[in-house]
Write a protein that binds this ligand. Sequence first.
Ligand SMILES: Cc1cc2nc3c(=O)[nH]c(=O)nc-3n(C[C@H](O)[C@H](O)[C@H](O)COP(=O)(O)OP(=O)(O)OC[C@H]3O[C@@H](n4cnc5c(N)ncnc54)[C@H](O)[C@@H]3O)c2cc1C
Length: 379
Amino acid sequence: MSLDLAPLVPPLDMPDADQVLTDADRIAASDLVPLVRAIDADGLYPEAVMRSFGTAGAYQRHLPAPGGVLDLETTITAMARAGRECLSTAFCMWCQSALGWYIFNSDNTALQASLGADVATGKVLGGTGLSNPMKTLFGIEQMKLKATPVEGGYTLRGTLPWVSNISEDAWFAVISEIPEGPRAGERIMMVLHGRGDGVKLVSNDHFVALEGTRTYGVQCRDAFVPDAQIIADPINAYVPKIRAGFILLQSGMAFGMIEGCIALMEQVRGQLGHVNQHLPDQPEDFREKLEGLKAEVFELCKTPYDTSDAYFIRVIKARLAAGDLSVAAAHNAMLHQGARGYVTHGAAQRRLRESYFVAIVTPATKQLRKMLADMGASA
Ligand SMILES: Cc1cc2nc3c(=O)[nH]c(=O)nc-3n(C[C@H](O)[C@H](O)[C@H](O)COP(=O)(O)OP(=O)(O)OC[C@H]3O[C@@H](n4cnc5c(N)ncnc54)[C@H](O)[C@@H]3O)c2cc1C
């Protein structure tokens, strides 16, 4: 697989924010809702829905592209519209949006003009294998992909256990490390193709939720990566640029999850309110906390390139709160719904299983707490 090289980046045709959200609502209601059970129970990947969200501009407004507006709020809100119904889909939307975020923050303008433009519109679907690097950068794991410099690029060896929203037709971003030689320890970020030379996708695990995310293990056996596919080399100055956006964009999953759970609590108020009122946590409590969290996240979204510790600590705290509130909201959706949420086709039990993903996907709750501790900040 090779990329067409184009030196100039044509401006993206940026969709209007209100229109993006109107269309996202329509697609969620008409196309996504009917698939939600099959996504959960059968691992169906909602490809047509993902492409429709792309056509609607759901993966675009956050991009620092020519013609772009760096509007993370709309991308997050569109993701939440899907997340109200299905966390699998919201997560796939994050994968897609994160890939675009990486490419358009790169200095590789040829990559932006070719792959970037297609990722922005959902014409090409793709993902991000940055969990292991993000854990490595914060002292939790060792880099799993090793890079050897060769003529015209690098070869990669190693395996990533899980990369979502990919297929043999997809592109995805990874980071690898040079293990030895004069450049030992240097790290490089690049995109790989699902059918790339030396790249193999393997199905390994089944999950309790998020099965419809096309999640594969990625094996690299001397996979050749040409210079045209490099996002950042080395990554040192690049990672601080993308890290806040990477984390903030995940808020869309949490906001959608919490909104969906509030709706489940309210749905049974007429019938069960006389007893549910004795539960300590009510939908109004979650709505108030959600509004506070949204205000903080959308404020942080205005300056995603702020590299100060004070700013990053706020980003980490907001992400931690998003995971905690997602799990709490899903727990309460189950308590409020009672038996109707506990049957196999009940939404509450699905939301409960899904919600833990917000707390374990990188950066997981435990990583966020470690990051705060390392920075001398309280959780
Ligand atoms: C449904 C799903 C989709 C995901 N999609 C992506 C993605 O698109 N991109 C991405 O980079 N990451 C992805 N991940 C990984 C995710 O971001 C987290 O890294 C993962 O959930 C574990 O994070 P943790 O910090 O809790 O680490 P821990 O669970 O504490 O430790 C993780 C490490 O333990 C080892 N490990 C534990 N259990 C297993 C197992 N069953 N099989 C193999 N190794 C194991 C591995 O070395 C792994 O790196 C996905 C995970 C899941 C469950």
